[in-house]
Every structure is written in C-alpha cells, then in structure tokens.
Ligand binder design. Structure first.
Ligand SMILES: Cc1cc2nc3c(=O)[nH]c(=O)nc-3n(C[C@H](O)[C@H](O)[C@H](O)COP(=O)(O)OP(=O)(O)OC[C@H]3O[C@@H](n4cnc5c(N)ncnc54)[C@H](O)[C@@H]3O)c2cc1C
Length: 428
C-alpha cells in the first residue's frame, strides 16, 4: 500500500466516517478524512443531539404546568427561544471539538473541504489537490428531501430548524402521504394511533390525505399551503420532513462505475464493499438503516475487516428505535401486523396505564405497552411502548428481546416498584 498517499481515504466525517477512520488508524493504517461542513456529521451537528436537547426543552412546558400539582409555584415562567438555541449550539460546538480531537489523537489527517472520487484509488479536493489511497470509504450520509412542487423552497428542512432566528407562532410539519391515512409507518399501528390521539388532545392539528400542491409566500411573509383536497393552511413556517436521500450527487461515483440504487444509494454487500473492490461505503449513504448506531457499527466492522484482520458484518436483527415525540414511542422487533404475517398464531400482551406522575399531575395521558409473543414457548418477538421515558426503558428490555427470552422470563423477573418499567414484567 506504500505507493498510495494513504491506506484509507474517508469522505465524510459523520458517525460512520469518524468511527471507521479512528479504528482503521488504531489498526496502523495511514488515514485521511475529508469533511465539507463540520466534523461530527448529521447526528452531532443537525440531528440526534440538537434534536434531543430541543425535545428536553419543549417538555418543560408540561413539566412546569404539572409542577404546580407538586407544590411548586411556577407562575410567570416564560420561554426564551434564543437562550435554548444558543445553549444547544454551544453544546454542539463542544462535541464537534471532541470529535476533531479524537481524530487528531488517532493521527487521522482532516481535510476541511469537499472531496470527489476520480478513480478507484483517487480523490480530488475542492482546493484542486489530488490524493491517492489504497481504499476509499464513502461515508457522505444523506440529505433532507424536498418535493418538486411550486414554492417548495419557502419551506425549511431539519438542516435549518436548529438555528431559527425566532420561534414561529405556527408551524406546519409535513409528512406527504400518498394514499395516506397513517404516520410513522413501520411502527406498531396501535401505538401510533395512541400518539395521534394524545397529540390531538394536546392541540396539534394532524391532517391525513393532505398532499401539498403548492406553497405561496404572502405579502405579510406568511405561507399559504394548498392541499390537493382543496383545503389550505396558513402558517409561519413549513418544515419538510419527508425523508432523507443518500448524498451521492456530484460525488463522481457514476464515472468510476460504482453501482448506485434508484435513490442514489451506494450499493454494497454485507462487507460494505461496492462493485469496485477498493471502494467501500457505510452509513446513511447506503440507505440500509438510517440510524447513528448502525452507521457507527458499519464503520467499525469495515475498519476491523479491512485493516484489523478481523472480518465481520453487522447484525441488523432487533434494532431498537424511538420516536422522540411527546410522549415518546420506543420499539424493538416485530410489530403486531408483522408478527401475524410471519408466524400466523401470535399472542399480544398489553398494559394500558397512567404513569404515577401523571396521576398526581392530573394529566389524563395514558401509556400503552405491547408485548408480541410467538411459538409454543411464547418467545418475545416484539416490544412496543408509548409513554414517558419509553426510550430509556426500552433499551434495557431490547437486550431480552435480542436474547430471545420468553414471556415467562419476563414474568419470572421481580418488578422494580414503583416504576413504569415494572409493567413489562406484569403484563396480562
Ligand atoms: C433531525 C435528525 C434527527 C436524527 N435523530 C436520530 C436519533 O435520534 N437517533 C439516531 O440513531 N439517528 C438519528 N438521526 C440519523 C443520524 O443522524 C444518521 O443516521 C447518522 O448521522 C448517519 O451517519 P453517517 O456517517 O452515515 O452520515 P452523516 O452523519 O450525515 O455524515 C456524513 C458527512 O459527510 C459529509 N460530506 C458529504 N459529502 C461530502 C463530500 N463530498 N466531501 C466531504 N464531506 C462530505 C457531510 O457534510 C457530513 O458531515 C437523525 C437525523 C436527523 C436529520
């Protein structure tokens, strides 16, 4: 590999690219990474991290209201968006610094510019510099999709949402549904229905069968959204949340002959390798599962396989996921519908309860836990929760589902009382 400038050149310093760079370097490879925006990528800069911090911030609205039932006088409490926005931005800056430091400590060279692929073993930087590498890793992530309709540019995407100058009074967050009567496809329908009900009770206007036809900016700066059902909505802000497209446009991959999917995703095998033997890809750009822990695992497995003499693949079975809505949803394994299709005869255990805190707060918001079991031993094949802290609760329970434990194993575990998670071992 000595004839090349580097053993590995990584394009994109996000979740997958940073992990792959660091691990490859720790195995002794000479590594460089190019990043056209900010080190840390989507998760750190404009995804998981700022999103979760804003979710915490938003929840104080209900917490402060409920606090009065717990004896606290919170009258006069007000919200200042710029304080939250700037504190979140400061935390993101801190994490960005740590990511850069980690790469530096591992002797990974960082080029703060865009890179494009020019051959099986070569890339070109925006500055014009040409670099050769024995292996190239595409870890360029995905980019928010915006529909091709008149006025779409008046909307923003998740890229811009974290730095709004002011908090809009009204916002429309659009999920375009084609024949649509559902949101959050892939999650258990009953759990999603509960979220829709609870959010409507909180005053959120959720509309189905509303395909957006056009967006017009009015003289007073507000937006007029026209639906294909004849309805219109007036709003101050429109956020497109219709999915993310693999980030491969202009990357030079077609010219080099790398196979791409219809959506532009880089096609790879289980070993993260493309049809060009020296070019690999991990993370969102492959459009397998668009989640940070998956991008990290793929990057790690790639580096161990190619530079650590330890070939291994990622296991995509039983990936726990969450929707950080209010209340949050968390899920692992098969939904009820999927389990029925796969096993036919299944059993569903449920617990529909009001969290103790919500009872004292006089908040009429119930949680729902669902356990899907299959087979003669009642193996737990799916667990779906909606309720306070469900993401925190599900991560631990996901270990049991991954380990193929049974309903009896859950029943045999003594409840931790009083807690919401005890419902998992008390289901009827
Ligand atoms: C709003 C939002 C919230 C999310 N919340 C969660 C969550 O709660 N949990 C979760 O698991 N996942 C979440 N995700 C998904 C998660 O952020 C991604 O799955 C993850 O970041 C993918 O990592 P990656 O390495 O594939 O790509 P990225 O992290 O996107 O990194 C790709 C990097 O490549 C750079 N790049 C692209 N092209 C070039 C080029 N030609 N030259 C140089 N650099 C280039 C980009 O600037 C970017 O920094 C969220 C995503 C969004 C948008």
């Amino acid at each position: 590999m000595a004839d090349f400038d580097y053993d590995l050149f990584v394009i994109g310093a996000g979740s997958g690219g940073v992990r792959a760079s660091r691990i490859a370097a720790s195995h002794g490879a000479r590594v460089a990474v190019a990043e056209e925006h900010r080190v840390g990528g989507t998760c750190v800069i404009r995804g998981c991290v700022p999103k979760k911090l804003l979710v915490y911030g938003a929840h104080f609205a209900e917490d402060l209201h409920d606090a009065q039932r717990f004896g606290w006088n919170t009258a006069g409490a007000t919200f200042n968006w710029s304080v939250l926005r700037d504190n979140v931005a400061a935390e993101v800056n801190r994490l960005e610094g740590l990511y850069g430091q980690t790469l530096g400590n591992n002797k990974v060279e960082i080029f703060c510019e865009r890179a494009v692929v020019t051959g099986p073993n070569s890339v070109q930087l925006t500055s014009g510099r040409n670099i050769t590498a024995a292996h190239i890793l595409i870890a360029t992530g995905a980019w928010p999709s915006v529909p091709e309709i008149p006025g779409a540019g008046h909307g923003i995407t998740s890229n811009e949402v974290f730095s709004l100058p002011e908090l809009p009074k009204r916002a429309v967050i659009v999920k375009l549904v084609t024949h649509g009567d559902r949101i959050l496809r892939g999650y258990d329908e009953e759990i999603v229905d509960k979220l829709v009900d609870l959010n409507r009770q909180k005053g959120i206007d959720i509309r189905f069968h509303f395909g957006i036809q056009s967006v017009t900016k009015q003289d007073d700066g507000t937006l007029l959204i026209e639906g294909n059902n004849g309805e219109t909505i007036e709003t101050d802000l429109l956020l497109w949340a219709i999915g993310r497209t693999p980030h491969t446009i202009g990357l030079g991959l077609e010219a080099v002959g790398v196979d791409l999917g219809k959506d532009g995703s880089v096609q790879v095998g289980d070993d993260n390798r493309t049809n060009i033997p020296s070019i690999y890809a991990v993370g969102d750009v492959t459009n397998r599962v668009q989640l940070t822990p998956i991008a990290i695992r793929e990057g790690h497995a790639f580096a161990d396989s190619v530079f650590g003499n330890n070939p291994r693949t990622v296991n995509y079975d039983c990936i726990p996921t969450a929707v950080f809505s209010n209340p949050p949803i968390a899920s692992v394994g098969l939904t009820e519908a999927e389990a029925r299709a796969q096993f036919g005869d299944i059993k569903v255990y449920k617990s529909d309860f009001r969290a103790m805190k919500n009872v004292l707060a006089d908040r009429n918001e119930r949680a729902l836990y669902k356990m899907i079991v299959a087979g003669p031993h009642e193996q737990v094949v799916g667990l779906h929760l909606i309720g306070p802290d469900s993401g925190e609760i599900l991560q631990a329970a996901a270990i049991a589902v991954k380990a193929k434990l049974t309903k009896q194993d859950f029943d045999d575990t003594v409840a931790l009382h009083p807690s919401m998670s005890e419902e998992l071992v008390l289901m009827k």
